[in-house]
Design a protein around this ligand. Structure first.
Ligand SMILES: *Cc1c(COP(=O)(O)O)cnc(C)c1O
Length: 387
C-alpha cells in the first residue's frame, strides 16, 4: 500500500551494497587519496565515453574552472554560455577574470539557440569582440547541436567546453555525451542528483594531449613532474616544479571507488529514467503543459523531466503539489537575473526565451528508484491541481 504522505523528491541518488562495499574496501585497504582508485575511475570514464583523457576532480565547478584555465581564459577575454543553467556555468569564466555574456535558448529544445548564436557571432565579429570560449549546456541531459556549434567554432575561432553536468549517460548522433568529438573539453558532474554520484565530484574530458597536460597542471597546484612542462632539468627523481598557479581540485580514492561502482550501473539508471519519461510523456499529454520533445526519449540522459505550465500560475501549482508531498522543483533562475550578474549590467528582458521558460517551468520527480506508485501519485496530483 503506497504511503500517500510520503514526500517524493525531484531527484535522489541510488546507492546499493556494492557501492557501500567499494567505499569500505578503500577505507580498510588502500590509500584514501592519490591511490589506484582515481586512475581506475578515470580509465573507466574514458572507456564509457570514448574520450581519450579523463581527469577526476572534486566537482564539476572545479572542472569548469580548470577547463577555462587550460584554454587560457584570462582577463580581457570573453566567455559565452546560456542563462538557463546553474550559476557554475558562468562563474568559471569570472574566476579567470574574463567577461561573461549569454546566448538565449531555443524555446523548444531549451538548449542554446543556434540561430541566435549565429547572429550574435556575426555582430561580435564586426565589433572585434568574439568570445574565446563558448560553454554550451546539455540542458536536462539532451545534447546541444554540437555539429553546428563545432562548425561555428571553426568559422569564428572560438573554443568549446561542453557543460555536461546533466549529460552523462546520454548520447549525440552515434556517440556518448563526453566523447569530445565536437568540442575541446567536456565537464561532468557526480553530484548526488545527477546521473550517477561520487557524493561530490566531477571529471574533465578531452581528446587533446596538450590540453590534458594543462588540465592536470591546473587541477594539481600548478605542480608538475612532466619534463615537457618543467622550465629546467630535474635535480633528481624527487623533483617537481610549480610552473603556474594551480589549485587542489583532486578527487579522493574514496569518491573514485564510489564512482567506479556507480558507473557500472549508469546505463541501468538511464533505462529506468527513460521508462519513467515515456510514461510521463503518455499520461501527461492531455494536460495544459508543454512537455519535453519526444525525439529526446532515447538520446537524453534525462537528468531532469521539465514541463512548462500553459495557463496556470506556477507558484500556486508548486505549492499545491508540495502540500500533496510531490517535491517538484524549478530549474533554473536565469543566471543573468542573479544580483551578482545584475551588478555587471545584465537586465530583465535581455534573454526572453530563458526568462519565459523560467516563468512557467516545473521539474517533476524523476530518479532511478522511483516506483510506479510514486509516479502514479505525481500524475494523479497533477491531474487534480491542473483540473
Ligand atoms: C550541477 C551543475 C554544475 C555544478 O556541478 P557540481 O559538481 O555540483 O560542481 C554545473 N553545471 C550544471 C549545468 C549543473 O547542473
Amino acid at each position: 500500500m503506497p504511503d500517500p504522505k510520503k514526500f517524493i523528491p525531484y531527484g535522489r541518488h541510488f546507492i546499493d551494497s556494492d557501492d557501500i562495499d567499494a567505499v569500505v574496501d578503500v577505507l580498510e585497504n588502500h590509500f584514501l587519496t592519490q591511490g589506484a582508485k582515481v586512475p581506475e575511475f578515470e580509465r573507466a570514464l574514458c572507456d564509457y565515453t570514448n574520450a581519450r583523457f579523463a581527469t577526476a576532480v572534486n566537482s564539476a565547478t572545479s572542472g569548469l574552472h580548470v577547463a577555462c584555465l587550460a584554454l587560457g581564459v584570462t582577463k580581457g577575454d570573453l566567455v559565452w554560455t546560456v542563462p538557463n543553467s546553474f550559476v557554475a556555468s558562468a562563474n568559471c569564466a569570472v574566476y579567470c577574470g574574463a567577461e561573461i555574456d549569454f546566448v538565449d535558448i531555443d524555446a523548444s529544445t531549451r538548449n542554446i539557440s543556434i540561430s541566435q548564436l549565429e547572429e550574435k557571432l556575426a555582430k561580435a565579429k564586426t565589433k572585434g569582440r568574439l568570445p574565446k570560449v563558448l560553454i554550451p549546456v546539455h540542458f536536462s541531459g539532451a545534447s546541444c547541436d554540437m555539429q553546428k556549434i563545432q562548425h561555428l567554432a571553426n568559422e569564428y575561432g572560438f573554443r568549446v567546453i561542453e557543460d555536461a553536468a546533466h549529460g552523462l549517460g546520454g548520447s549525440y548522433l552515434k556517440s556518448k555525451i563526453g566523447s569530445c568529438e565536437h568540442s575541446d573539453i567536456t565537464v561532468l558532474s557526480f553530484h548526488p542528483v545527477k546521473s550517477m554520484t561520487t557524493a561530490e565530484g566531477g571529471a574533465v574530458l578531452t581528446n587533446c594531449p596538450a590540453l590534458n597536460k594543462q588540465i592536470l597542471l591546473y587541477a594539481k597546484h600548478g605542480v608538475t613532474r612532466d619534463p615537457d612542462l618543467m622550465q629546467s632539468e630535474a635535480d633528481g627523481p624527487w623533483y617537481y616544479q610549480q610552473v603556474t598557479l594551480g589549485y587542489n581540485y583532486r578527487l579522493s580514492d574514496l569518491h573514485s571507488a564510489l564512482g567506479i561502482s556507480q558507473l557500472k550501473k549508469l546505463d541501468g539508471f538511464v533505462v529506468k529514467r527513460r521508462e519513467l519519461v515515456a510514461r510521463y510523456n503518455t499520461e501527461l499529454k492531455h494536460l495544459p503543459l508543454s512537455l519535453p520533445l519526444s525525439e529526446e526519449l532515447h538520446c537524453s540522459a534525462w537528468h531532469l523531466y521539465m514541463v512548462e505550465l500553459q495557463e496556470h500560475d506556477r507558484k500556486a501549482v508548486y505549492e499545491k503539489l508540495h502540500a500533496k508531498g510531490i517535491g517538484v522543483n524549478v530549474h533554473y533562475i536565469p543566471i543573468h537575473l542573479q544580483p551578482f550578474y545584475q551588478n555587471m549590467g545584465f537586465r530583465k528582458g535581455d534573454f526572453p526565451n530563458s526568462e519565459k521558460f523560467y516563468h512557467n517551468a516545473l521539474t517533476l520527480p524523476l530518479f532511478p528508484s522511483m516506483t510506479a506508485d510514486d509516479q502514479h501519485r505525481v500524475i494523479q496530483a497533477l491531474n487534480e491541481v491542473l483540473a
